[in-house]
Design a protein around this ligand. Structure first.
Ligand SMILES: [Zn+2]
Ligand SMILES: [Zn+2]
Length: 462
C-alpha cells in the first residue's frame, strides 16, 4: 500500500452541524470569529485577547516574551487505513496525528513536500521502532520538552530503543526509516535537561550506517532518492554537531567517499534544506577544523584555512526561491565568521597577539550585519525558520553595542524558532548571546564556542 501523496482536508463543523472543508469555508467568505478560543498560553494566563498569529502572537512579540501556543489538530474526513497495520495497542492516535500535522513539519522547509509526514506512514506501519520514536517525540514536543519529560515520552522512547535493536539487524527495514528513528531518539535525548548531551552515540551509529551504505554499490544504484534522503539527514546533523564532537573522538566519514556521494547528489532538492548539500559538507569540515584548533591552537593550518575559505566563497547553487537564497547566504557567512573567529582565537592563545587584525574585525562585522539582514528577509511565519538557530548564534555573537536593533531582531527570531520547534536549545542559545553581549559591552568580546564549552554546554542547534 502506498501513502505517497495522501492528503487530508481540514473539516470545519459549523454551528448548524454542517461540515465543510476549509476551502469551501474560505470561498463562502464568512466573517472570522472575533473571539479567541485558542489563544497562546501567555494571553490566556493574562485573560487578554490573542490574535493567534503563529509562531508568535502580536502581544508576545511586543512584550519580547516567548509565545507558546497550543496548535490545533484538524478533524480528518477519512478514517486512516494504516491503523489496522499495527497492533492497535501500539498506536496512540492523538500523538501520531500530532506528529503528522505538526511535529514533522519542524524537520522540513516545505510542509507540502514532507516525506516525514503522511508519506512516512508506509514506514511507520512497518517499523515499531519508528512509531514509538515518533510518539515519544510528539509527547515531549506537546509539553515543550519540559525538564520533567512526560512518562509516556520516556516509555515510548524505551520501547523505540528495544524495537530498534531488533530491527537494525533485519534487512527488510528501509534505511531511511532506521535513520529517522535514530535521529528522533537523538533529538529527544538532546532536548532533555542535560545540556552536555548532544546525542553522540546516535550520531556515531548513523555515521556507521551511512558508511556501510556508501560501500554498498548495489544499494546506491537501486535506492536513489531514499539514499539521498538519508545522506542529507546525516549531512545536516553532522554539520550541526561537527564542533561538539571532541577532537580525540573519531571524526567524520572518509572525506573522499562522502564528497563523492555529495557530488552525486548535486542540486537534488532535499526536503530538509533544499539544494545546499555541498555547503553543509563544507560547513561540517569548517566546524571540525575550528574545534581542532580551539583545542590545539598550535596546530593551526593556514593552507587548510585558505582551502575552506575558498570552498565557502565559491560554493554556488540555484535556490528554488530567493528566500532559500537568503538562508544559504546566512549559512555561508556563518561558516566564514566561524573560520575567521576560530583562527583569531587560536592566534591569540598561541602568541598573545591581539585577537585579530582591524581589517578582519571589520569584515566579520560586515558579514554579521549582512547575515541578520539576510535572515530577516525570511518572514517569521516561514518554515525556513527551523534551520536558522546556528547562524543566528554565530553572527549574533558578533553584533556590537551600536547594533541594538539587530540584536533585538536576533532575540525575536530565536524566540520565534522556539515557538515553532520548541527545542530548548534555542532559548539556551539566546542565554549565551545575552552573556556574550554583556561581556562585549564591558570590553571583553569573546568567541561563542569556547564560551559555550567552558559552561560545559554542548548545544545541538539547527
Ligand atoms: Zn497571544
Ligand atoms: Zn503569545
Amino acid at each position: 500500500m502506498s501513502f505517497l501523496g495522501l492528503r487530508f482536508k481540514e473539516v470545519i463543523v459549523s454551528s448548524s452541524g454542517h461540515a465543510t472543508t476549509q476551502q469551501e469555508q474560505e470561498s463562502s467568505a464568512r466573517p472570522r470569529r472575533s473571539k479567541s478560543k485558542f489563544g497562546c498560553r501567555e494571553c490566556k494566563a493574562r485573560r487578554v485577547k490573542c490574535d493567534e498569529a503563529y509562531p508568535t502572537c502580536k502581544r508576545c512579540q511586543r512584550q519580547g516574551i516567548v509565545c507558546s501556543s497550543a496548535p490545533r489538530l484538524t478533524q480528518w474526513q477519512i478514517e486512516t487505513p494504516w491503523l489496522s497495520l499495527q497492533p492497535k495497542t501500539f498506536v496512540n492516535r492523538r500523538l501520531l496525528q500530532y506528529w503528522l500535522e505538526k511535529v514533522s513539519q519542524t524537520l522540513v522547509i516545505d510542509p507540502e513536500n514532507n516525506p516525514f509526514s503522511f508519506p512516512a506512514l508506509e514506514y511507520i506501519a512497518q517499523s515499531s521502532a519508528l512509531l514509538h520514536a515518533i510518539q515519544s517525540v510528539s509527547a515531549s514536543h506537546e509539553q515543550y520538552f519540559s525538564a520533567n519529560t512526560p512518562i509516556i515520552a520516556l516509555e515510548e522512547r524505551g520501547k523505540a530503543i528495544a524495537c530498534l535493536r531488533k530491527e537494525i539487524n533485519q534487512s527488510q527495514h528501509a534505511p531511511n526509516a532506521l535513520i529517522l528513528t535514530i535521529m528522533l531518539l537523538a533529538l529527544a535525548q538532546c532536548a532533555d535537561s542535560d545540556t552536555k548531551d548532544y546525542g553522540k552515540q546516535h550520531l556515531f551509529a548513523t555515521r556507521a550506517m551511512i558508511h556501510s551504505m556508501l560501500q554498498n554499490t548495489s544499494m546506491l544504484a537501486t535506492n536513489g532518492p531514499a539514499i539521498q534522503l538519508c545522506l542529507g539527514m546525516y549531512l545536516y546533523w553532522d554539520m550541526c554537531s561537527s564542533f561538539l564532537v571532541d577532537p580525540c573522538e573519531s571524526q567524520g566519514l572518509n572525506s573522499l567517499n562522502i564528497s563523492n556521494a555529495v557530488h552525486r547528489m548535486g542540486d537534488w532538492h532535499h526536503p530538509m534544506y533544499g539544494t545546499c548539500s555541498g555547503l553543509l559538507l563544507i560547513m561540517a569540515n569548517v566546524g571540525r577544523y575550528c574545534r581542532q584548533i580551539l583545542d590545539s591552537p598550535q596546530n593551526r593550518n593556514f593552507v587548510q584555512e585558505a582551502v575552506l575559505e575558498a570552498q565557502l566563497t565559491t560554493w554556488k547553487t540555484s535556490p528554488a526561491n530567493p528566500r532559500l537564497g537568503h538562508l544559504y547566504e546566512a549559512f555561508r557567512n556563518h561558516g566564514l565568521i566561524f573560520l575567521y573567529r576560530a583562527g583569531a582565537h587560536a592566534q591569540s592563545s598561541c602568541l598573545m597577539d591581539p585577537d585579530s587584525s582591524e581589517a578582519q574585525e571589520s569584515l566579520i562585522q560586515q558579514y554579521a550585519e549582512e547575515t541578520v539582514r539576510h535572515l530577516m528577509q525570511i518572514p517569521a511565519t516561514s518554515h525556513y525558520l527551523n534551520f536558522q538557530s546556528l547562524p543566528l548564534l554565530t553572527v549574533g555573537s558578533e553584533l556590537t553595542e551600536s547594533n541594538q536593533s539587530l540584536r533585538d531582531q536576533v532575540r525575536d527570531r530565536l524566540r520565534a524558532i522556539y515557538s515553532l520547534n520548541r527545542l530548548p536549545a534555542n532559548l539556551l542559545a539566546l542565554r549565551l548571546l545575552e552573556e556574550l553581549w554583556d561581556a562585549r559591552d564591558r570590553g571583553n568580546p569573546s568567541f561563542w564556542l569556547p564560551h559555550m564549552l567552558q559552561k560545559d554546554w554542548r548545544l545541538l542547534l539547527g
